[in-house]
Design a protein around this ligand. Structure first.
Ligand code: PLP
Length: 394
Protein backbone atom coordinates (compact mmCIF):
# COMPACT_ATOMS: atom_id res chain seq x y z
CA UNK A 1 0.00 0.00 0.00
CA UNK A 2 1.48 3.39 -0.98
CA UNK A 3 1.48 6.35 1.41
CA UNK A 4 -1.14 7.99 -0.78
CA UNK A 5 -3.51 5.06 -0.39
CA UNK A 6 -3.01 5.10 3.37
CA UNK A 7 -3.35 8.79 4.12
CA UNK A 8 -5.33 10.45 1.34
CA UNK A 9 -9.05 10.84 1.11
CA UNK A 10 -10.89 8.34 -1.09
CA UNK A 11 -12.59 11.22 -2.92
CA UNK A 12 -9.24 12.70 -3.94
CA UNK A 13 -7.66 9.37 -4.86
CA UNK A 14 -10.57 8.66 -7.17
CA UNK A 15 -10.37 12.02 -9.01
CA UNK A 16 -8.98 11.71 -12.53
CA UNK A 17 -6.14 14.15 -13.28
CA UNK A 18 -7.04 16.92 -15.73
CA UNK A 19 -6.58 15.73 -19.33
CA UNK A 20 -5.26 19.18 -20.21
CA UNK A 21 -2.55 19.22 -17.59
CA UNK A 22 -1.38 15.68 -18.31
CA UNK A 23 -0.92 16.59 -21.95
CA UNK A 24 0.86 19.88 -21.34
CA UNK A 25 3.30 18.33 -18.91
CA UNK A 26 4.59 16.32 -21.90
CA UNK A 27 4.50 19.32 -24.29
CA UNK A 28 6.37 21.59 -21.85
CA UNK A 29 9.35 19.20 -21.83
CA UNK A 30 9.78 19.34 -25.62
CA UNK A 31 11.61 22.13 -27.41
CA UNK A 32 10.14 24.22 -30.23
CA UNK A 33 6.51 23.26 -29.61
CA UNK A 34 3.86 25.48 -31.24
CA UNK A 35 0.94 25.45 -28.87
CA UNK A 36 -2.73 26.08 -29.54
CA UNK A 37 -3.39 24.57 -26.19
CA UNK A 38 -3.53 27.02 -23.34
CA UNK A 39 -6.90 28.69 -22.85
CA UNK A 40 -5.91 32.20 -21.88
CA UNK A 41 -5.64 35.59 -23.59
CA UNK A 42 -2.28 36.34 -25.21
CA UNK A 43 -2.74 40.02 -24.28
CA UNK A 44 -1.10 41.44 -21.21
CA UNK A 45 -3.61 43.14 -18.88
CA UNK A 46 -4.25 46.67 -20.26
CA UNK A 47 -1.85 49.26 -18.86
CA UNK A 48 -4.42 51.45 -17.08
CA UNK A 49 -5.57 48.40 -15.10
CA UNK A 50 -2.01 47.56 -14.07
CA UNK A 51 -1.55 51.22 -13.09
CA UNK A 52 -4.60 51.01 -10.85
CA UNK A 53 -2.85 48.18 -9.04
CA UNK A 54 0.36 50.24 -8.57
CA UNK A 55 -1.76 53.09 -7.32
CA UNK A 56 -3.56 50.84 -4.84
CA UNK A 57 -0.20 49.69 -3.46
CA UNK A 58 1.03 53.28 -3.12
CA UNK A 59 -2.10 54.17 -1.21
CA UNK A 60 -1.57 51.26 1.11
CA UNK A 61 -4.44 49.01 0.05
CA UNK A 62 -2.57 45.97 1.25
CA UNK A 63 -4.96 44.57 3.84
CA UNK A 64 -7.81 42.08 3.85
CA UNK A 65 -11.01 43.41 2.37
CA UNK A 66 -14.43 42.53 3.75
CA UNK A 67 -15.15 38.85 3.12
CA UNK A 68 -17.66 39.69 0.44
CA UNK A 69 -15.24 42.01 -1.38
CA UNK A 70 -14.88 45.80 -1.50
CA UNK A 71 -18.24 47.51 -1.77
CA UNK A 72 -17.11 49.79 -4.65
CA UNK A 73 -16.39 46.73 -6.79
CA UNK A 74 -19.67 45.04 -5.84
CA UNK A 75 -21.51 48.23 -6.79
CA UNK A 76 -19.65 48.44 -10.09
CA UNK A 77 -20.48 44.77 -10.83
CA UNK A 78 -24.16 45.44 -10.09
CA UNK A 79 -24.09 48.37 -12.54
CA UNK A 80 -22.29 46.24 -15.13
CA UNK A 81 -24.87 43.45 -14.85
CA UNK A 82 -27.62 46.00 -15.32
CA UNK A 83 -25.87 47.70 -18.24
CA UNK A 84 -25.06 44.48 -20.10
CA UNK A 85 -27.99 42.18 -19.22
CA UNK A 86 -30.63 44.42 -17.60
CA UNK A 87 -30.29 42.38 -14.38
CA UNK A 88 -30.57 44.19 -11.01
CA UNK A 89 -28.58 42.88 -8.06
CA UNK A 90 -28.21 44.45 -4.63
CA UNK A 91 -24.45 44.93 -4.11
CA UNK A 92 -24.92 44.56 -0.34
CA UNK A 93 -26.40 41.08 -0.42
CA UNK A 94 -26.48 39.66 -3.91
CA UNK A 95 -22.89 40.00 -5.12
CA UNK A 96 -19.85 38.09 -3.84
CA UNK A 97 -16.26 38.68 -5.01
CA UNK A 98 -14.33 35.42 -5.32
CA UNK A 99 -10.89 34.14 -6.26
CA UNK A 100 -11.83 33.65 -9.89
CA UNK A 101 -14.80 31.77 -11.26
CA UNK A 102 -12.88 28.70 -10.09
CA UNK A 103 -13.53 29.48 -6.44
CA UNK A 104 -17.09 30.59 -7.18
CA UNK A 105 -17.80 27.21 -8.82
CA UNK A 106 -16.51 25.34 -5.81
CA UNK A 107 -18.47 27.58 -3.39
CA UNK A 108 -21.81 27.29 -5.14
CA UNK A 109 -21.58 23.50 -5.40
CA UNK A 110 -20.60 23.16 -1.75
CA UNK A 111 -23.31 25.59 -0.70
CA UNK A 112 -26.05 23.72 -2.57
CA UNK A 113 -25.35 20.01 -2.46
CA UNK A 114 -26.49 17.39 -0.01
CA UNK A 115 -24.76 13.99 -0.39
CA UNK A 116 -25.81 12.20 -3.57
CA UNK A 117 -27.73 15.09 -5.11
CA UNK A 118 -27.26 15.36 -8.83
CA UNK A 119 -25.73 18.14 -10.87
CA UNK A 120 -26.41 18.10 -14.58
CA UNK A 121 -23.38 19.05 -16.65
CA UNK A 122 -23.56 19.48 -20.42
CA UNK A 123 -20.43 18.14 -22.09
CA UNK A 124 -18.02 18.79 -23.71
CA UNK A 125 -17.36 21.26 -20.91
CA UNK A 126 -14.74 22.96 -18.81
CA UNK A 127 -12.80 20.44 -16.78
CA UNK A 128 -13.59 21.55 -13.23
CA UNK A 129 -17.36 20.96 -12.97
CA UNK A 130 -17.24 17.18 -12.56
CA UNK A 131 -14.45 17.08 -9.93
CA UNK A 132 -15.91 20.03 -7.99
CA UNK A 133 -19.32 18.31 -7.93
CA UNK A 134 -17.75 15.11 -6.62
CA UNK A 135 -15.68 16.99 -4.02
CA UNK A 136 -18.88 18.65 -2.81
CA UNK A 137 -20.47 15.23 -2.28
CA UNK A 138 -22.73 15.46 -5.33
CA UNK A 139 -23.16 13.21 -8.33
CA UNK A 140 -22.36 14.55 -11.80
CA UNK A 141 -24.88 13.60 -14.49
CA UNK A 142 -23.56 14.20 -17.98
CA UNK A 143 -25.74 15.73 -20.68
CA UNK A 144 -24.36 15.25 -24.18
CA UNK A 145 -24.22 18.02 -26.77
CA UNK A 146 -23.11 17.45 -30.35
CA UNK A 147 -21.99 19.17 -33.54
CA UNK A 148 -25.34 18.43 -35.19
CA UNK A 149 -27.01 20.78 -32.67
CA UNK A 150 -24.08 23.23 -32.70
CA UNK A 151 -23.12 21.94 -29.25
CA UNK A 152 -26.16 23.63 -27.66
CA UNK A 153 -28.04 21.90 -24.88
CA UNK A 154 -31.44 20.67 -26.05
CA UNK A 155 -34.60 20.38 -23.98
CA UNK A 156 -34.85 16.67 -24.88
CA UNK A 157 -31.40 15.93 -23.51
CA UNK A 158 -32.14 17.84 -20.30
CA UNK A 159 -35.58 16.30 -19.76
CA UNK A 160 -34.24 12.80 -20.40
CA UNK A 161 -31.67 12.98 -17.59
CA UNK A 162 -33.82 14.39 -14.78
CA UNK A 163 -34.37 12.22 -11.70
CA UNK A 164 -35.80 12.91 -8.25
CA UNK A 165 -32.22 13.64 -7.12
CA UNK A 166 -31.62 16.40 -9.71
CA UNK A 167 -30.62 19.58 -7.92
CA UNK A 168 -28.73 21.87 -10.25
CA UNK A 169 -27.87 22.45 -13.88
CA UNK A 170 -24.58 23.99 -14.95
CA UNK A 171 -24.74 26.12 -18.08
CA UNK A 172 -21.42 27.26 -19.48
CA UNK A 173 -21.98 29.39 -22.57
CA UNK A 174 -20.13 30.68 -24.52
CA UNK A 175 -18.55 27.29 -24.11
CA UNK A 176 -15.07 26.04 -23.46
CA UNK A 177 -14.05 23.92 -25.47
CA UNK A 178 -16.51 24.22 -28.37
CA UNK A 179 -17.08 27.99 -28.66
CA UNK A 180 -20.84 27.29 -28.81
CA UNK A 181 -23.34 29.85 -27.56
CA UNK A 182 -26.95 29.47 -26.41
CA UNK A 183 -29.32 32.01 -27.94
CA UNK A 184 -32.46 33.28 -26.26
CA UNK A 185 -34.72 30.70 -27.91
CA UNK A 186 -32.38 27.85 -26.96
CA UNK A 187 -32.55 28.98 -23.33
CA UNK A 188 -36.32 29.53 -23.49
CA UNK A 189 -36.75 25.89 -24.49
CA UNK A 190 -35.15 24.83 -21.17
CA UNK A 191 -37.03 27.12 -18.79
CA UNK A 192 -40.24 25.10 -18.27
CA UNK A 193 -38.26 21.97 -17.45
CA UNK A 194 -35.98 23.85 -15.06
CA UNK A 195 -38.90 25.43 -13.20
CA UNK A 196 -41.02 22.27 -13.18
CA UNK A 197 -38.21 20.31 -11.56
CA UNK A 198 -37.18 23.16 -9.26
CA UNK A 199 -33.57 23.20 -10.46
CA UNK A 200 -30.98 25.81 -9.55
CA UNK A 201 -28.95 26.99 -12.54
CA UNK A 202 -25.26 27.71 -12.16
CA UNK A 203 -24.48 29.88 -15.16
CA UNK A 204 -20.75 30.22 -15.83
CA UNK A 205 -20.61 33.29 -18.07
CA UNK A 206 -16.88 33.86 -18.03
CA UNK A 207 -16.80 34.10 -21.84
CA UNK A 208 -19.98 36.21 -22.00
CA UNK A 209 -18.13 39.25 -23.33
CA UNK A 210 -16.46 37.23 -26.10
CA UNK A 211 -19.12 36.77 -28.78
CA UNK A 212 -18.85 37.31 -32.52
CA UNK A 213 -20.74 37.84 -35.75
CA UNK A 214 -23.23 40.23 -34.17
CA UNK A 215 -24.30 37.68 -31.55
CA UNK A 216 -24.70 39.02 -28.01
CA UNK A 217 -24.52 36.85 -24.92
CA UNK A 218 -27.88 36.21 -23.25
CA UNK A 219 -27.86 35.22 -19.59
CA UNK A 220 -30.52 32.66 -18.65
CA UNK A 221 -31.15 34.81 -15.55
CA UNK A 222 -32.89 37.37 -17.82
CA UNK A 223 -35.71 34.96 -18.73
CA UNK A 224 -38.98 35.13 -16.77
CA UNK A 225 -38.86 33.15 -13.53
CA UNK A 226 -35.13 32.45 -13.83
CA UNK A 227 -33.33 35.20 -11.94
CA UNK A 228 -34.36 33.85 -8.55
CA UNK A 229 -33.06 30.36 -9.38
CA UNK A 230 -29.87 31.29 -11.25
CA UNK A 231 -26.46 32.07 -9.82
CA UNK A 232 -24.44 33.92 -12.44
CA UNK A 233 -20.68 33.43 -12.28
CA UNK A 234 -18.31 35.72 -14.12
CA UNK A 235 -14.87 37.20 -13.73
CA UNK A 236 -12.06 39.23 -15.19
CA UNK A 237 -9.73 36.50 -16.46
CA UNK A 238 -10.83 36.26 -20.07
CA UNK A 239 -12.57 39.49 -21.12
CA UNK A 240 -10.02 41.78 -19.46
CA UNK A 241 -6.95 39.54 -19.93
CA UNK A 242 -6.53 39.19 -16.16
CA UNK A 243 -6.06 35.44 -15.58
CA UNK A 244 -3.28 35.92 -13.02
CA UNK A 245 -5.19 38.43 -10.89
CA UNK A 246 -7.67 35.81 -9.69
CA UNK A 247 -10.82 37.88 -9.42
CA UNK A 248 -14.30 36.55 -10.14
CA UNK A 249 -17.79 37.08 -8.79
CA UNK A 250 -21.16 35.47 -8.20
CA UNK A 251 -24.55 37.21 -8.40
CA UNK A 252 -27.84 35.77 -7.24
CA UNK A 253 -30.32 35.08 -4.49
CA UNK A 254 -29.14 36.65 -1.18
CA UNK A 255 -29.55 33.43 0.83
CA UNK A 256 -27.43 31.46 -1.62
CA UNK A 257 -24.83 34.23 -1.91
CA UNK A 258 -24.79 34.41 1.92
CA UNK A 259 -24.19 30.65 2.14
CA UNK A 260 -21.35 30.89 -0.40
CA UNK A 261 -19.85 33.75 1.59
CA UNK A 262 -19.95 31.63 4.74
CA UNK A 263 -17.70 29.01 3.11
CA UNK A 264 -15.57 31.71 1.45
CA UNK A 265 -14.88 33.48 4.77
CA UNK A 266 -13.55 30.29 6.37
CA UNK A 267 -11.54 29.06 3.40
CA UNK A 268 -10.39 32.07 1.39
CA UNK A 269 -11.21 34.97 3.72
CA UNK A 270 -11.33 37.39 0.79
CA UNK A 271 -10.15 37.81 -2.79
CA UNK A 272 -6.80 39.65 -3.20
CA UNK A 273 -7.20 43.35 -2.39
CA UNK A 274 -4.90 44.64 -5.20
CA UNK A 275 -6.75 42.49 -7.71
CA UNK A 276 -10.07 43.91 -6.54
CA UNK A 277 -8.82 47.49 -7.04
CA UNK A 278 -7.58 46.57 -10.52
CA UNK A 279 -10.92 44.90 -11.36
CA UNK A 280 -12.69 48.09 -10.32
CA UNK A 281 -10.63 50.03 -12.87
CA UNK A 282 -11.39 47.36 -15.53
CA UNK A 283 -15.13 47.84 -15.08
CA UNK A 284 -14.95 51.62 -14.82
CA UNK A 285 -12.67 52.33 -17.78
CA UNK A 286 -11.79 49.06 -19.49
CA UNK A 287 -14.64 48.52 -21.89
CA UNK A 288 -13.15 50.07 -25.05
CA UNK A 289 -9.90 48.12 -24.73
CA UNK A 290 -11.85 44.96 -24.03
CA UNK A 291 -13.86 45.49 -27.21
CA UNK A 292 -10.62 45.95 -29.17
CA UNK A 293 -9.37 42.60 -27.87
CA UNK A 294 -12.68 40.97 -28.85
CA UNK A 295 -12.34 42.39 -32.39
CA UNK A 296 -8.87 40.97 -32.59
CA UNK A 297 -10.02 37.51 -31.44
CA UNK A 298 -12.72 37.66 -34.09
CA UNK A 299 -10.13 38.21 -36.86
CA UNK A 300 -8.18 35.21 -35.63
CA UNK A 301 -11.36 33.15 -35.24
CA UNK A 302 -12.16 33.67 -38.91
CA UNK A 303 -8.58 32.85 -39.93
CA UNK A 304 -8.46 29.61 -37.97
CA UNK A 305 -11.92 28.50 -39.08
CA UNK A 306 -11.05 29.09 -42.74
CA UNK A 307 -7.74 27.28 -42.18
CA UNK A 308 -9.33 24.13 -40.76
CA UNK A 309 -11.99 24.06 -43.46
CA UNK A 310 -9.32 24.38 -46.18
CA UNK A 311 -7.43 21.50 -44.62
CA UNK A 312 -10.66 19.54 -44.91
CA UNK A 313 -11.36 19.17 -41.19
CA UNK A 314 -15.07 19.86 -40.60
CA UNK A 315 -15.39 22.62 -38.06
CA UNK A 316 -18.56 23.97 -36.52
CA UNK A 317 -18.49 27.81 -36.48
CA UNK A 318 -17.89 28.97 -32.92
CA UNK A 319 -19.68 32.19 -31.99
CA UNK A 320 -18.08 32.74 -28.61
CA UNK A 321 -15.01 32.25 -26.37
CA UNK A 322 -11.65 31.74 -28.17
CA UNK A 323 -11.67 28.10 -29.18
CA UNK A 324 -12.41 26.05 -32.28
CA UNK A 325 -13.34 22.40 -32.05
CA UNK A 326 -12.58 20.70 -35.39
CA UNK A 327 -13.46 17.09 -36.13
CA UNK A 328 -10.61 14.62 -36.57
CA UNK A 329 -12.88 11.85 -37.88
CA UNK A 330 -10.98 11.88 -41.22
CA UNK A 331 -7.95 10.35 -39.57
CA UNK A 332 -9.68 7.47 -37.77
CA UNK A 333 -7.51 8.30 -34.72
CA UNK A 334 -8.88 8.86 -31.24
CA UNK A 335 -8.48 12.42 -29.94
CA UNK A 336 -5.66 11.37 -27.61
CA UNK A 337 -3.87 9.42 -30.36
CA UNK A 338 -4.26 12.37 -32.72
CA UNK A 339 -2.95 14.91 -30.21
CA UNK A 340 -0.01 12.77 -29.12
CA UNK A 341 0.98 11.93 -32.68
CA UNK A 342 0.63 15.56 -33.78
CA UNK A 343 2.84 16.63 -30.90
CA UNK A 344 5.47 13.98 -31.66
CA UNK A 345 5.53 14.40 -35.44
CA UNK A 346 4.85 18.13 -35.94
CA UNK A 347 5.47 19.61 -32.49
CA UNK A 348 2.02 21.20 -32.40
CA UNK A 349 0.11 21.03 -29.12
CA UNK A 350 -3.69 20.89 -29.11
CA UNK A 351 -6.01 19.45 -26.48
CA UNK A 352 -7.76 16.10 -27.12
CA UNK A 353 -11.54 16.58 -27.15
CA UNK A 354 -12.10 13.77 -24.67
CA UNK A 355 -10.33 15.85 -21.98
CA UNK A 356 -13.68 17.69 -21.83
CA UNK A 357 -15.76 14.54 -21.44
CA UNK A 358 -16.45 11.53 -23.62
CA UNK A 359 -18.83 13.59 -25.82
CA UNK A 360 -15.70 15.45 -26.96
CA UNK A 361 -14.19 12.31 -28.51
CA UNK A 362 -13.53 12.72 -32.24
CA UNK A 363 -12.54 16.40 -31.85
CA UNK A 364 -9.61 18.53 -30.76
CA UNK A 365 -9.69 21.89 -29.01
CA UNK A 366 -7.55 24.65 -30.49
CA UNK A 367 -7.29 28.00 -28.78
CA UNK A 368 -6.81 30.93 -31.16
CA UNK A 369 -5.68 33.49 -28.60
CA UNK A 370 -2.27 33.42 -30.30
CA UNK A 371 -0.62 35.65 -32.91
CA UNK A 372 -1.66 35.28 -36.57
CA UNK A 373 1.85 34.04 -37.51
CA UNK A 374 1.74 31.45 -34.75
CA UNK A 375 -1.72 30.25 -35.83
CA UNK A 376 -0.64 30.09 -39.49
CA UNK A 377 2.44 28.02 -38.62
CA UNK A 378 0.33 25.62 -36.58
CA UNK A 379 -2.23 25.29 -39.40
CA UNK A 380 0.52 24.52 -41.97
CA UNK A 381 1.87 21.79 -39.74
CA UNK A 382 -1.59 20.33 -39.06
CA UNK A 383 -2.14 20.31 -42.83
CA UNK A 384 1.06 18.26 -43.35
CA UNK A 385 0.00 15.93 -40.56
CA UNK A 386 -3.45 15.35 -42.06
CA UNK A 387 -1.93 14.64 -45.49
CA UNK A 388 0.15 11.87 -43.96
CA UNK A 389 -2.50 10.52 -41.59
CA UNK A 390 -5.66 10.46 -43.61
CA UNK A 391 -7.71 7.32 -43.04
CA UNK A 392 -7.33 5.02 -46.06
CA UNK A 393 -10.68 3.85 -47.36
CA UNK A 394 -10.52 0.11 -48.15
N1 PLP B 1 -14.90 28.70 -16.37
C1 PLP B 1 -14.52 28.38 -17.61
C2 PLP B 1 -15.55 27.92 -18.59
C3 PLP B 1 -13.16 28.45 -17.98
O1 PLP B 1 -12.80 28.13 -19.23
C4 PLP B 1 -12.21 28.86 -17.02
C5 PLP B 1 -10.77 28.92 -17.37
O2 PLP B 1 -10.32 28.48 -18.39
C6 PLP B 1 -12.66 29.18 -15.74
C7 PLP B 1 -14.00 29.10 -15.45
C8 PLP B 1 -11.70 29.64 -14.66
O3 PLP B 1 -11.82 31.00 -14.53
P1 PLP B 1 -11.06 31.88 -13.43
O4 PLP B 1 -9.73 32.27 -14.03
O5 PLP B 1 -11.94 33.06 -13.23
O6 PLP B 1 -10.92 31.04 -12.23
Amino acid sequence: MSKGDKYLSRAVLDLAPSGIRRFFDVASQMEGVISLGVGEPDFVTPWHIREACFDSLERGYTMYSSNQGIIELREEIAKYMYRTQGLSYDPEEEVLITVGVSEATDLILRALLMPGEEVMIPEPSYVSYVPCTIMAGGKPVILCTDAEHEFRLTAEELAGKITEKSKALILSYPNNPTGAIMEREDLEALVDIIIKHDLIVISDEIYGELTYGGKKHVSIATLPGMKERTIVLNGFSKAFAMTGWRIGYACGDPDIIGAMNKIHQYTMLCAPMMGQRAALEALRHGESEMLRMVEDYDRRRRLVLKGFREIGMPCFEPEGAFYVFPSIARTGLSSVEFSEKLLREEKVAVVPGDAFGSCGEGFIRCCYAYSVEHIQQALDKINNFIDRNEKKTP
